[in-house]
Design a protein around this ligand. Sequence first.
Ligand SMILES: *[C@@H]1O[C@H](CO)[C@@H](O)[C@H](O)[C@H]1NC(C)=O
Ligand SMILES: *[C@@H]1O[C@H](CO)[C@@H](O)[C@H](O)[C@H]1NC(C)=O
Ligand SMILES: *[C@@H]1O[C@H](CO)[C@@H](O)[C@H](O)[C@H]1NC(C)=O
Ligand SMILES: *[C@@H]1O[C@H](CO)[C@@H](O)[C@H](O)[C@H]1NC(C)=O
Ligand SMILES: *[C@@H]1O[C@H](CO)[C@@H](O)[C@H](O)[C@H]1NC(C)=O
Ligand SMILES: *[C@@H]1O[C@H](CO)[C@@H](O)[C@H](O)[C@H]1NC(C)=O
Ligand SMILES: *[C@@H]1O[C@H](CO)[C@@H](O)[C@H](O)[C@H]1NC(C)=O
Ligand SMILES: *[C@@H]1O[C@H](CO)[C@@H](O)[C@H](O)[C@H]1NC(C)=O
Ligand SMILES: *[C@@H]1O[C@H](CO)[C@@H](O)[C@H](O)[C@H]1NC(C)=O
Ligand SMILES: *[C@@H]1O[C@H](CO)[C@@H](O)[C@H](O)[C@H]1NC(C)=O
Ligand SMILES: *[C@@H]1O[C@H](CO)[C@@H](O)[C@H](O)[C@H]1NC(C)=O
Ligand SMILES: [Cu+2]
Length: 600
Amino acid sequence: MAISLSYFPIICTLLLTISRLAEAATLTYDFNITWVRANPDTLIERPTIGINGEWPLPVISATKGDTIIVNVDNQLGNQTTTLHFHGMFMNGTTEMDGPGGVSQCPIPAGSQFTYKFYANQSGTYWYHSHDKGQYPDGLRAPLIISDPDFPYDFDEEIVMSVSDWYHEEMATLIPKFLNKANPTGAEPVPQNALLNDTQNLTVSIQPGMTYLFHVVNIGAFAGQYLWFEGHNMTIVEVDGVFTDKAEADLIYIAAAQRYSFLLTTKNETTTNYAFVSSMDTDLFDTLPADLNWNATGWLVYDAANSNPTPAFLDALDDFDDFSLVPYDKMALLPEADQVISLDVIMDNLGNGKPYAFFNNITYTTQKVPTIYTVMTTGEDASNPAVYSEFSQPFVLEKNQIIEIVVNNLDTGKHPFHLHGHNFQAIARSEDNDGAFDATNATQTVYPDIPMRRDTFVLRPQGYIVLRFQADNPGVWLFHCHIEWHIDQGLVATMIEAPLELQKSLVIPQDHYDSCIAGDVLHAGNAAGNIEDFLDLSGANAQPGPLPAGFTARGIVALTFSIIAALIGLAVITTYGMADVGGVVQEPIIHNEELTERSSK
Ligand SMILES: *[C@@H]1O[C@H](CO)[C@@H](O)[C@H](O)[C@H]1NC(C)=O
Ligand SMILES: *[C@@H]1O[C@H](CO)[C@@H](O)[C@H](O)[C@H]1NC(C)=O
Ligand SMILES: *[C@@H]1O[C@H](CO)[C@@H](O)[C@H](O)[C@H]1NC(C)=O
Ligand SMILES: *[C@@H]1O[C@H](CO)[C@@H](O)[C@H](O)[C@H]1NC(C)=O
Ligand SMILES: *[C@@H]1O[C@H](CO)[C@@H](O)[C@H](O)[C@H]1NC(C)=O
Ligand SMILES: *[C@@H]1O[C@H](CO)[C@@H](O)[C@H](O)[C@H]1NC(C)=O
Ligand SMILES: *[C@@H]1O[C@H](CO)[C@@H](O)[C@H](O)[C@H]1NC(C)=O
Ligand SMILES: *[C@@H]1O[C@H](CO)[C@@H](O)[C@H](O)[C@H]1NC(C)=O
Ligand SMILES: *[C@@H]1O[C@H](CO)[C@@H](O)[C@H](O)[C@H]1NC(C)=O
Ligand SMILES: *[C@@H]1O[C@H](CO)[C@@H](O)[C@H](O)[C@H]1NC(C)=O
Ligand SMILES: *[C@@H]1O[C@H](CO)[C@@H](O)[C@H](O)[C@H]1NC(C)=O
Ligand SMILES: [Cu+2]
C-alpha cells in the first residue's frame, strides 16, 4: 500500500513523538544512607555520609522527560536527613523538594522515605541533604540531565565537582560557630579544596576533541575560581539554562552554582596541562598558614608526559555571568506585581551568638513544616501570619510577576538561591554601590534578555534584583547557599498559590510517617494551633535583642583586645564561657538547637 507523500511529515512527527515517549524512563535509585569513613585529602580519615556503603556518592544521570525515584533509607543512626534536588522545579511536587521543616519532616534515623519527581528540565544540577547543615559531611553529588535537543556539538561529556572540605563534622562545627565565643560570626575555614572529591585529579583526554564539561560547586562555603592552562572554556549552560556561547579563560563558581562549557583539546599530545580550582579566600576571616586553597588537576594527553606545576596568576579576573545571554532569548519579564525587598545584615542577638537577618528577622524553624500549615489552615493559608513572622514568609499569588530586591548591608559575598524556579537577574551592583534605588534611572536600565540561573552572587554592600513568574505552586525557600549563613538564618519562605496547593497536592503517607516517627507536628499554624490559626503563641521565635546601646561585636572586640594583650590567646575559650550579661533569654528553638537535638 502506498502512502501519499503529503502525509510523510505528519507520520515522521508522530514516530518521533512515539520514540520520545518510549525513551522517557522511570529511573529508580535505592539509597541506603549510612556513615562511612573517607579521607579525600589524605590528612584525616573522618566519618562521612555515604550511600550504599560508598563515598564519593553516585552521580544521578537522567534524560529530560524521565521520572526519577529515590528510595531513601536513613541508616545514619544518630541524625535525621532529607534530600533536595537542587535546581529541579518540582512542578506539581513541592512536597518532594526536601528542606526539612519546610516541605517535609526530617526523615528520622531508621525511617524510609521516597522522593519521586518528573525531570522536565535538562542541564547540570546536584542533590544534597537539606537538613540542619548536614550536606558538608558528604551528602552531596552532581545530578545531570541530558537533552536530546542540546544545542551545541561536542564529542564527550565530563562531570566534575569542586568543593571545600572540613576535617570536623558539622554537628561539631555548627555549635562552635553559632556561639557567643564567636561573636563576629567568623565562618569555619575549610581545610582543603577538592576536585571531584579527591586531589591531584587527572582527566584523560584525546587530542582534537570537544569535551562538554559539567562543573558543580558542591561545597559548603567557598566560591571557586577555575581555570585551565592553555585552554579556554566556552560557557554553554549555567544552572540548567542554556546560553549563547561565551568564551572565558577563568570562571567563578559560587557554592551551589553550575557551569557547562565546551573545551576543545589541542592536536598535539606532547604536553599535559594543569588546571586549578582556587577557593575564594575573600570569604575567609583568617588564612591559616598551612591552608592550600588551590586544588590542582591535570588534562592528561599522554600518561607518559609529566604533570606540570601550575603557574601562579597575578590576578583572578573572572568572567561576569551577568553578561550571559540565555539561548532561548526569553525576554525581560514585565513589571512586577509584587516586590519583595530584603536587607541583609549580620548581627548578634541577646544570647551573644552571631546571626544573619533579612529585614531584622533571622529564620527560625517552626513547629509545623510550612507545607503542612499550607494544607491545614484553609483560607487563612493566604495570610502570611499563620506561618509565623520568624519563617520570613511571603505569599505569592498564582502567575504573579515577583521581583526580589536584595540589599547587602554586609561586607561579604552571598550566593542567593531560589527553590522551584530560576530567575532573571535583571540588575546587579558592583561592590559598595549601596542599596538599590528603584527611582534611579541608571539602576533600572535592565537587559532586554536577562541572564537566568538559580543561584546568583550578591556583592559586598551592593544589591541584586531578580524577577520570576509564580507559575509553580509550592513552598520554596530563598536563601544564601553558604551553609553557615543558612544556619545563621539567612532564609525566606515563598508560599506560592497556597489555596491551589490545597486542591492539587496529595502528600504520600510515608511523609506523615516521618513526622510521626520523629514526633514533629504536621497540622495547624506554625505553632501547631489547629483551632485558631491566627494565634501564634508558642511558635518558635528568634532570641531577644541585645540590651539597648550594646553591640556584641563592640563589647567583644574591646574585651578581647584588652584581655588578649594581657594574657594571650588562650583566653578565647574562657571568654566563651562568660555571659554577655543582663539579658533574660526567652525559651526558643533556633536552628542550631535543632541540630543539637537531632544529634542526640
Ligand atoms: C554519628 O555516628 C557515626 C557512626 O557511629 C559517628 O562516626 C559520628 O561521629 C556520629 N556523629 C555524631 C554527630 O554523633
Ligand atoms: C545499609 O547499609 C548498612 C551498612 O553498610 C548495612 O548494615 C545495612 O544492612 C544496609 N541496609 C539495607 C536495607 O541494605
Ligand atoms: C514542562 O516544561 C515546559 C516549559 O519548559 C512547560 O511548558 C510544561 O508545561 C512542563 N510540563 C510539565 C508536565 O510540567
Ligand atoms: C568525577 O566523579 C564522578 C563520579 O564518580 C565520575 O562519574 C566522573 O567521571 C569523575 N570526573 C572526573 C573528571 O574524573
Ligand atoms: C596530592 O598531592 C600532594 C602533593 O604531592 C599530596 O600531599 C597529597 O597526598 C595528594 N593527594 C591525594 C588525594 O593523592
Ligand atoms: C582565550 O580567550 C581570550 C579571550 O577571552 C583570548 O584572548 C585568548 O587568546 C584565548 N586563549 C586561547 C588559548 O584560546
Ligand atoms: C587541529 O586540526 C584540525 C584539523 O586539521 C584543525 O581544523 C584545527 O584548527 C586544529 N586545532 C588546533 C587547536 O590547532
Ligand atoms: C593559589 O593560586 C593563586 C593564583 O595562582 C596564587 O596567587 C596563590 O598564591 C596560590 N595559593 C597557594 C597557597 O599556593
Ligand atoms: C531593622 O532595624 C533597624 C534598627 O532598629 C531599623 O533602623 C531598620 O529600619 C530595620 N530594617 C527593616 C528592614 O525593618
Ligand atoms: C543613581 O545610581 C548610580 C549608579 O549606582 C549612581 O552613580 C548615582 O549616584 C545614583 N543617582 C542618584 C541621584 O542617587
Ligand atoms: C509548571 O507546569 C505548568 C503546567 O502544568 C506550567 O504552566 C508552568 O510554566 C510550569 N512551571 C515551571 C516552573 O516549570
Ligand atoms: Cu551568605
